[in-house]
Design a protein around this ligand. Structure first.
Ligand code: FRU
Length: 471
């Protein structure tokens, strides 16, 4: 057992956590026959990374999850690392007559294996002739597979040390290498992991987004997630962003290994990340489980004038069905310096605020959790969004944890829009409609939050403020 925390561990209310044990990457995200599946890297017997299994949970709304038995356990080929799940509706594999699910995953040996399920993911059989792609004896893992309609073929993205390789297959068993991308693009402070390639519309155009997690040297420190925007020709990815420009998915420390759901009926791209950082994931305060997932986020592309296309992230709309309105402030009249919200009686909050900076230099919210303080602020001169967790409670378990996160924020119209999701052990801030995102874990023992608004060197008018509790 790893060391246990002295601070009582409060369970997040609307972020996925395991009942017991260690989790890391989300795996096999798929919507199938009315259920969202969440598989995840799981050590069911300890609070520390170890022999990896695939844990399993399902949800019909991406908010309420039901724990299911372990889906995949280590076998004679090795432990079960990250991978994806597809619906093989036409039984291209020959393994699922009538249609079923196929999991494509890495073994810890860096060979790729598959497993199949004919009962909506409740039970799985490993393919008897695993592995389907042998290990080259180097970093070679985290297959994300999708059905590529225009080519009538399965496509796999795989992380190979400092680049991504693309493979195609007609049957999910025999794979052909068709392309590679990345050695001279983006950030390389650590090994590349957990790729995901998917299309998104922008205006009348379709662009392809390639998400790549990088094990170290991210914008916020430690592990983080970058993305590329370009096109996919059926064989490989071509980057439209200048090779030396790194686009970061998140400016907080705690959004890693995220991938999107396959098969969402309305075509949305919904991303879930592991809300953690390899720099300190093994040390976060914990008593019976360690690790959680980010809130599921809908992705979109937006053209930022003078800059180019960029990813937007917003909490999935389903979250709105699990909210109760606590505060609704009349528009346009309020001076930020007078606003205090006490007795909220919960640590699960959705705060949506729009304010006009007028003559103020900075403004934001101070969130109190007993003695702990978390500050969210916006500075006009630096056009920056900040989340300060230096005083957020238990911060001493790792030297880099007590930090001030910052993200560029376009403040063109003086109207600043922020959406802040608070849960027992995290804060997620979506600035500028989800263009600037900061995801951050916090560890304190408070049973409820209170918060107040502030402005500095001038006044701020609040145009919109709604506070919801989430259940
Ligand atoms: C990413 C990762 C993957 C690997 C898994 C092992 O966090 O390192 O590359 O498959 O975790 O648990």
């Amino acid at each position: 057992m790893s060391t246990l925390s002295a601070v009582p561990q409060r369970r997040p209310q609307f972020h996925f956590t395991p009942a017991f044990g260690w989790i890391n990457d989300p795996n096999g995200l798929i919507y199938y026959e009315g259920e969202y599946h969440l598989f995840y890297q799981y050590h069911p017997f300890d609070l520390i990374w170890g022999p990896m299994h695939w844990g399993h949970a399902v949800s019909t709304d991406l908010v309420h999850w039901t724990h299911l038995p372990i889906a995949l356990a280590p076998d004679q080929n090795g432990k079960i690392f990250t991978g994806s799940v597809v619906a093989d509706l036409d039984n291209t594999s020959g393994l699922v007559p009538g249609g079923g699910l196929i999991a494509i995953f890495s073994y810890d040996t860096q060979a790729q294996g598959i497993a199949y399920s004919n009962d909506c993911g409740r039970t799985w059989e490993k393919y008897t002739r695993n592995p389907v792609i042998p290990s080259p004896g180097r970093d070679f893992r985290d297959p994300k597979v999708f059905w590529y309609g225009p080519g009538s073929i399965w496509v796999m993205s795989l992380a190979v040390g400092d680049h991504i390789e693309f493979f195609t297959s007609s049957n999910l068993i025999d794979w052909l290498l068709t392309g590679r991308f990345g050695e001279s693009h983006g950030a390389h402070g650590g090994v590349w992991e957990c790729p995901d390639l998917f299309p998104l519309e922008i205006g009348s155009e379709t662009k392809w987004v390639l998400i790549v997690s990088v094990g170290d040297g991210s914008i916020a420190g430690g592990s983080g997630t970058q993305y590329f925007i370009g096109h996919f020709d059926g064989m490989t990815f071509h980057n439209d962003t200048p090779p030396d420009t790194t686009l970061w998915l998140d400016y907080g420390t705690d959004n890693y290994a995220g991938i999107t759901y396959n098969g969402v009926p309305d075509g949305r791209s919904v991303l879930v990340g592991w809300m953690n950082n390899w720099a300190y994931a093994r040390k976060t305060p914990a008593q019976s489980w360690r690790g959680s997932m980010t809130v599921p986020r809908t992705l979109a592309l937006i053209d930022v004038p003078g800059t180019g296309p960029r990813l937007l992230q917003q909490p999935v709309a389903e979250l709105e069905q699990s909210r109760t309105l606590l505060v609704d402030l009349p528009a346009g009249v309020s001076d930020a310096s007078t606003l205090r919200f006490n007795d909220l009686n919960t640590t699960a909050l959705d705060i949506i605020v729009e304010f006009r900076l007028s003559d103020a230099e900075a403004a934001g919210l101070t969130i109190f959790a007993d003695d702990a303080i978390i500050t969210v602020s916006v500075n006009r001169a630096t056009e920056t969004l900040y989340v300060d967790r230096r005083l957020s409670g238990d911060v001493n378990f790792h030297e880099g944890f007590a930090c001030l996160h910052s993200a560029p924020l376009l403040i063109s119209s003086e109207l600043v829009k922020l959406r802040i999701l608070l849960d027992a052990a995290s804060i997620e801030v979506f600035g500028a409609e989800g263009l600037s995102v900061i995801t951050s874990q916090v560890f304190h023992s408070a049973a409820q939050f209170r918060f107040e608004l502030f402005s500095s060197k001038g006044t701020v008018s609040i145009e919109y403020l709604r506070v919801y509790s989430i259940h």
